[in-house]
Design a binder for this molecule. Sequence first.
Ligand code: SAM
Ligand code: SF4
Length: 378
Amino acid sequence: MSGIYFHIPFCKQLCHYCAFHKSISLQAKDEMLDCLKQELKLRKNYLGEPLIRTIYFGGGTPSVYQPKEIQSLIDEVAKYFKIHSNAEITLEANPDDLTKSYLQALQKTSVNRLSVGIQSFHDEDLILMNRRHTGKEAFDAIRRAQDFGFGNISVDQIYGVPGLSMEKWKKNLDLVFELDIQHISSYHLMYDPNTIFSKKLEKGQLVEMDEEESFKQFNYLIDSAKKHGFIHYEISNFSKEGFISKHNSSYWKQEKYLGIGPSAHSYNLKEREWNIDNNYKYIKAIKEKTAFSEKEELSEVDCFNDFVMTSLRTYWGLNLELVRENFGEKFYQHCLIESKKYLRSAHLRQEGNSIILNDKGVFISNDIMSDFFLLKEE
Ligand SMILES: C[S@@+](CC[C@H](N)C(=O)[O-])C[C@H]1O[C@@H](n2cnc3c(N)ncnc32)[C@H](O)[C@@H]1O
Ligand code: SF4
């Protein structure tokens, strides 16, 4: 079964840490909606199967579109695919868009999961990040969504932010737990190039949190989420039983997905394809029926590296027997050798045929994964 991702490339304001593709000019919103539908039609055979298990509206800010416009995209999917009766349909929404009237209309659509960007409940952090809402507004937006019957809600938070003391981080988590939501995505702040945060860092106007402090925040997150009944199923993701994100899990489980819209990525087990990350060029290409994406055929080594990276990120871990089955003895032996030192240092543990990151391994997961990666020439 497969999933469809729609990238909605608009935001009303730029957050100073964010490098996702978006434009703050909303002028082309209507034209874009039309182009997303055209792209879907053009690529209806990409997945090679009709059944869709997940639809995900990500961004940018999907909630810049009215619920009826979001529903029109879902209806368009239903024209070319069969949407599973139990499909997970997620909308990423900014708290300030979740007004009463918006939620009332959204309730009537097929969207059954909300992912809301909270980031922090402290107003001084939100000002530093250039968010459009206060902490209280974000809290109230979640409560309002619950009152309108949304029972599958995820929130995004960021830790390791300059000025986010341990005390403030604990308060953020307490408020999230108080909201009694089903899913949490907690990201360590990344200084992406071309963001205001990176520029401020270079100029010395921001000071990066030291690693020991952000490690403490991460550990506190893991412990307290577990205490509140969350499963830590992926480096940055925590869910209550039965609420693991089906859409994101399909990325980690190497399932097929079709990405629609500027900058969206697609994967059909053989190739990766990524759309142009420029709204104007994307619209022009769709209208003129010219190329709007690039693709890369995956070599065996690419597939292996992808498999290692996506598996090790999750609590299911890297299944060594599957490595042997799918890639052969040489790749299997390589994994045995690379895992040895990390098993000894308890950054990894073995359960059955799988090797899994321990909590202390999760924090250095990038180093561990890069030791497992093979170069194309090898
Ligand atoms: C693509 S954004 C869309 C969410 C939605 N537009 C919002 O802001 O509410 C998804 C999430 O990625 C996270 N994110 C974006 N840039 C990040 C960065 N540089 N470091 C850590 N997390 C980041 C934020 O938590 C954000 O909510
Ligand atoms: S975090 Fe969300 S609202 Fe902010 S710039 Fe990124 S996509 Fe837009």
